[in-house]
Write a protein that binds this ligand. Structure first.
Ligand code: AVI
Length: 320
């Protein structure tokens, strides 16, 4: 719930997704905050910094694959196809593909941020003036209506990065199944997935020397103080990244350094010394494991590419 000033009737309460999630998550026996709340303006800026860290290989490895494989990816699509990007953001990686897809009918970027969509549209239009850009504001985790102009055209979905890994398996399968619905029969999907590797390398990527990932994680508590008037003493929490080999995932937590309590919206939450708040998973896959996951959502393998250090994979899948 967010308190909003209204000049005629004083303060009224409206629902706030963050407030509800925080109150629910901190009331659970194993405390958690859903990872989507990491990305307010401050969190998104910190994530951009993460992608430039020497230890954080996924963004560079993904870009290397797309740079070297863009011609192959582009050439499997017949002329007149449509490129649909899920979570397009600034569409920077897309330009690598678009530069190779000469006979593309349209590019459909989908994002929940209107500002990001407008910025991407302007940039793409400038570089590819002849390309039809049909931006779609919405959440691709939900059923979404495609523009009528692209009905019956071959569709290539594009989901770069490794966001799929931030979902638990059931949610990842649900999302992949929704992408299959959106892309339709004979639809193809190019999707990034981070690979399993040496545990030390993984931990370093999620607990960097400069402390940027720690700041990204701790920003959740600062955000609660900023937006919900919570009284977290942020200096009393530590960032922790662990690798869970059984689940093949990095697990990220905020750890209370001492016994303490925090007040949020009139409710008090107690933390024992050493108690954790879970904030994010980042699943790592081997190639067969990712194929098995995708198969459960109706996708079959077409091709898979890795970077020169075999740190990251980009899959091409097709609906079966
Ligand atoms: C957005 N996502 C793919 C990142 C990852 O690697 O799981 C989020 C991240 N969290 C900490 N560092 C990066």
């Amino acid at each position: 719930m967010t308190l909003v000033e209204d000049t005629s009737i004083g303060e009224i309460e409206v629902d706030s997704d963050f407030a509800n999630a925080l109150l629910d998550g901190l009331s659970a026996p194993a405390k958690f905050i859903p990872c989507r709340f990491l990305y307010d303006a401050a969190g998104s800026a910190l994530f951009e910094k993460i992608t430039e860290l020497p230890e954080y290989y996924p963004t560079r490895a993904d870009a290397e694959i797309l740079r070297t494989r863009a011609p192959e990816i582009a050439h499997v699509m017949p002329p007149g196809a449509v490129l649909i990007e899920f979570g397009s953001g600034s569409s920077l990686k897309t330009e690598l593909l678009l530069a190779q897809m000469r006979d593309l009918y349209a590019y459909v970027p989908i994002d929940i941020s209107d500002a990001a969509l407008r910025g991407a549209q302007a940039r793409i239009k400038k570089r590819f003036p002849a390309l039809r850009v049909l931006p779609l504001l919405g959440d691709f985790a939900l059923p979404i209506q495609m523009p009528p102009e692209i009905a019956d055209r071959p569709r290539l979905g594009f989901f770069p990065g490794s966001t799929i890994g931030n979902l638990e398996n059931a949610a990842a399968i649900k999302l992949l199944a929704n992408l299959a619905r959106i892309l339709g029969p004979n639809g193809r999907l190019v999707i990034g997935a981070d690979l399993k590797k040496d545990e030390r390398r993984l931990i370093a990527a999620y607990d960097d020397e400069a402390g940027v990932t720690a700041a990204f994680n701790l920003n959740l508590l600062k955000r609660a103080n900023r937006e919900l008037d919570a009284d977290f003493d942020v200096s009393q929490f530590d960032h922790l990244a662990e690798y869970n080999a059984d689940h093949g995932r990095i697990e990220i937590y905020l750890v209370s350094q001492a016994e303490q309590s925090v007040k949020i919206r009139g409710r008090r939450f107690r933390f024992a010394a050493g108690e954790r708040i879970h904030t994010e998973y980042s699943h790592k896959y081997d190639i067969d494991g990712f194929h098995a996951l995708a198969a459960r959502a109706g996708w079959g393998p077409v091709e898979v590419w890795t970077d020169s250090d075999r740190l990251f994979s980009v899959h091409m899948l097709e609906t079966v």
